[in-house]
Design a protein around this ligand. Structure first.
Ligand SMILES: CCCCCCCCCC/C=C\CCCCCCC/C=C/C(=O)SCCNC(=O)CCNC(=O)[C@H](O)C(C)(C)COP(=O)(O)OP(=O)(O)OC[C@H]1O[C@@H](n2cnc3c(N)ncnc32)[C@H](O)[C@@H]1OP(=O)(O)O
Ligand SMILES: Cc1cc2nc3c(=O)[nH]c(=O)nc-3n(C[C@H](O)[C@H](O)[C@H](O)COP(=O)(O)OP(=O)(O)OC[C@H]3O[C@@H](n4cnc5c(N)ncnc54)[C@H](O)[C@@H]3O)c2cc1C
Length: 664
């Protein structure tokens, strides 16, 4: 049973927790990756929770933009000091769930740790790494990843910042020739970092070699003033993540030494000779890594949202289910279960998918370090697809959870607004989702064609080699996976056929691609969904542990499968892999699963093991004392400091004194 089992809570939550028929702690361990990891996370959490420096002086919502930024920078710097004292790697802490809740609206050093440092370690040669990593370790260098420009974020070949090699002085001259060449968005760029890994078009001897990465000092290491030739600033308030310090940057013929080009993969020698990389997209490696990380991160954001929604739904009573009877917990309504339980199953689906793509990332990059690039296209497609799927599923899931809490879900004190803005931006950053789906589609169509020409395919797309033939009426997990394969195969073969038909009418291939891109998106999403379903089924089959925990996992997996078959039933019907009757049977099973899982819902989300400080939500607190917390939180509004606000005397009273002249 969970370690919190004995803590007091409202009777509704007590009743829910007493229904629990599995070992909550065992599920927590599974999600953490083992008992030891749970213990480590809790130890880290206890270090964090005991730090008074993390207490916000007032709720950040009531601070100015500047004060919010300063408050978060204070906390992130305090963390660096604290971890240093405790001899804990700060990157490990930041990726741990233990750190959730400390920074409320974005970390101005997050891109430094998770995008800039991997760029240095992944893109520079050993000699460069030695110099720069030493300065990074000793906090002389804080950096960001400066790629996106005002004019281009997606189309990297369209970037306008130039890095022109001057053979005489053995320097690169960085320049922003137009307004649209201004770097725009990089986290921490505004006023936090003093260096940046800058993506710029490399020019040598008048020839353009495309985007390459350069290490660029932007601010003086002692005064923090921006250096001559560099213009820096913050881009202004955003939908969310307002304390990330997102900034802009312009160069005016700014010179850097030749060795400030990151030279692990491509080089410019002193005499201006260009040495090309072993694969043209190696300089995009940091993006692949961060996309992989986003799958895990969005899964954790969804865990927070479902914890809040589930606990609140057990505490909230509304309407009558049976006329004249007491108002039920809203979690008893089937429609409410349908909002929340599929989101819980999504958490587990994303969790298993994240683990598998992280494993794939490490094994493929290890092979690439040995010079074998053959698996990079598959990793690019997989990481792009999972980034897109996890970001869109999680942000939709967070929004469904918010809506499931009615009016109170709209309050800042529910924490849904922050969770939503944190999750939805993952749809845009690290590759806009539509664009990434189209990259997946490109890989699938290429693979399908390659198979038509008799070639072997890589593992994740091997089912596109020949028309899968699922056994009719087999609705087992494996039967459904076969049905999935057949449905995706049909989508892909139809779409490929359509591209060919459009081309046959005289359209060029690129225009035909654009005309078929809605179907291409469908192919990409269906292929990635199949991958997630397959991972879910296989990981649950392999799961070790007690029968009751396995039963929970099996039911959640089955809910995920039946839900996604139901949502995409048209694709299964069109491919003939499932009949109308099969779909009806599966939809009925989905409804029964809602009933089966409902009594365990609170305990499943308890297993995610967030404390109240992390959830930061009046609706999701452990003890369920929702109404008192909502009331107490409202009292913190500065408007409640006085009974009659100053604005009344300034605006409302003069208006009331004038009175209405005409009788409307
Ligand atoms: C490992 C685990 C540890 C992970 C730890 C990290 C933890 C992360 C957690 C995150 C959580 C929270 C974050 C909160 C804080 C917020 C911080 C936000 C930080 C954001 C940063 C950014 O956004 S940085 C900027 C990102 N920008 C992009 O992603 C740009 C998108 N565009 C592109 O990637 C490409 O340009 C595009 C793919 C669109 C196409 O490129 P293009 O040059 O036009 O190429 P094509 O002609 O289309 O294609 C040519 C062939 O190359 C293939 N290809 C393209 N890209 C790649 C690649 N990356 N790798 C391999 N191959 C690639 C393409 O498919 C083509 O192949 P083909 O064979 O010719 O078909
Ligand atoms: C919170 C946040 C943090 C960020 N942090 C960083 C950072 O640290 N460093 C950094 O360099 N950047 C950063 N970015 C920028 C981010 O990477 C880009 O915004 C992102 O890559 C999308 O590019 P874009 O803004 O140019 O969108 P656009 O590409 O202009 O997208 C606009 C629309 O056009 C569509 N579109 C574009 N191309 C195609 C196509 N080929 N086919 C079909 N449709 C297309 C898109 O689907 C979208 O609907 C950040 C962004 C955000 C929101």
């Amino acid at each position: 049973m969970s370690s919190h089992e004995t803590r007091p809570c409202v009777p509704d939550l007590k009743k829910e927790r007493l229904k629990c028929d599995f070992n909550v702690e065992e599920l927590t361990n599974l999600i953490d990756g083992g008992k030891e990891k749970t213990a480590l996370r809790r130890k880290l959490r206890s270090v964090i929770s005991s730090e008074s420096a993390y207490i916000d002086p007032i709720p950040p919502e009531y601070m100015s933009h500047e004060d919010q930024f300063s408050n978060e920078l204070r906390k992130t710097c305090h963390t660096a000091m604290l971890m240093n004292k405790q001899n804990i790697d700060i990157k490990t802490l930041q990726l741990s769930k233990a750190y959730i809740g400390v920074l409320k609206d974005g970390d101005p050093l997050w891109v430094h740790y998770h995008v800039f440092i991997p760029s240095i370690t992944g893109q520079s040669d050993p000699e460069q790494q030695k110099i720069w990593m030493e300065k990074i370790r000793t906090w002389k260098i804080f950096g960001t990843y400066a790629q996106t420009e005002l004019g281009h974020g997606t189309f990297l070949r369209g970037l306008e910042t130039t890095a022109t090699y001057d053979r005489e002085t053995r320097e690169f001259i960085l320049n922003s020739p137009t307004i649209t060449a201004t770097k725009w968005w990089p986290g921490g760029l505004g006023h936090t970092v003093n260096f940046a890994a800058v993506m710029a078009q490399l020019y040598v001897g008048g020839k353009c070699y495309g985007p390459h990465m350069f290490m660029v000092q932007l601010r003086d290491e002692n005064t923090h003033e921006s250096l001559p030739g560099v213009t820096l600033g913050e881009i202004g308030p955003r939908f969310g993540l307002n304390t990330n310090g997102n900034g802009f940057l312009r160069f005016d013929h700014y010179r850097i030494p030749r060795r400030n080009m990151l030279m692990k993969h491509a080089q410019v020698l002193e005499d201006g000779t260009y040495v090309k990389p072993s694969h043209s997209k190696l300089s995009y490696g940091t993006m692949v890594r961060v996309r992989v990380g986003i799958v895990r991160d969005t899964c954790i954001q969804l865990q927070q949202a479902v914890t809040i929604a589930t606990r609140y739904s057990a505490v909230r009573h509304q309407s009558e289910l049976i006329p004249g009877e007491p108002e039920p917990q809203i979690l008893d309504y089937q429609t409410q279960q349908f909002k929340i339980l599929p989101q819980i199953s999504s958490v587990f689906a994303l969790f298993f998918a994240a683990n598998s793509v992280i494993d794939a990332y490490y094994s493929v990059t290890a092979q690439m370090d040995l010079g074998d690039m053959s698996l990079l296209p598959e990793l690019h497609a997989l990481s792009s697809g999972l980034k897109a799927l996890s970001a869109s599923d999680a942000s939709r899931g967070v929004e469904i959870c918010r809506l499931s809490c009615g009016g109170h879900g709209y309050l800042a004190s529910s924490n849904f607004p922050r969770l939503y803005t944190q999750t939805t931006c993952a749809i845009t950053y690290e590759g806009e989702n539509t664009v990434l789906w189209l990259q997946v589609a490109r890989y699938i169509i290429k693979s399908y064609r390659s198979a038509q020409n008799g070639n072997n395919l890589k593992h994740s797309v091997s089912y596109l080699s020949k028309q899968p033939r699922p056994v009719r009426g087999d609705l087992s997990n494996n039967g459904l996976l076969e049905a999935f394969k057949a449905a995706v195969f049909k989508l892909v073969s139809d779409t490929e056929g359509r591209i060919q038909r459009v081309c046959a009418k005289g359209q060029n291939y690129h225009m035909a691609w654009n005309q078929c891109s809605l179907q291409l998106l469908k192919c990409a999403e269906a292929h990635t969904r199949f991958y997630v379903c397959e991972q879910f089924v296989r990981k649950v089959e392999m799961a070790k542990g007690t029968e009751n925990v396995k039963k929970i996992l099996k039911n959640l997996c089955r809910l995920y499968l039946t839900h996604h078959v139901s949502v995409n039933s048209g694709d299964f019907l069109k491919s003939g892999s499932l009949s109308q009757n099969d779909i009806a049977v599966l939809e009925e099973e989905m409804c029964s699963l809602l009933e089966v899982l409902r009594p365990q819902a609170v305990s499943i989300v308890d297993a995610f093991d967030f404390d109240d400080g992390q959830l930061n939500s009046c609706l999701g607190c452990w003890d369920g004392d929702v109404y008192q917390r909502l009331y107490d939180e409202a009292l913190k509004s500065p408007l409640n400091k006085t009974d009659v606000p100053e604005a009344y005397y300034k605006y409302l009273r003069p208006l009331m004194q004038v009175g209405l002249k005409s009788s409307l």
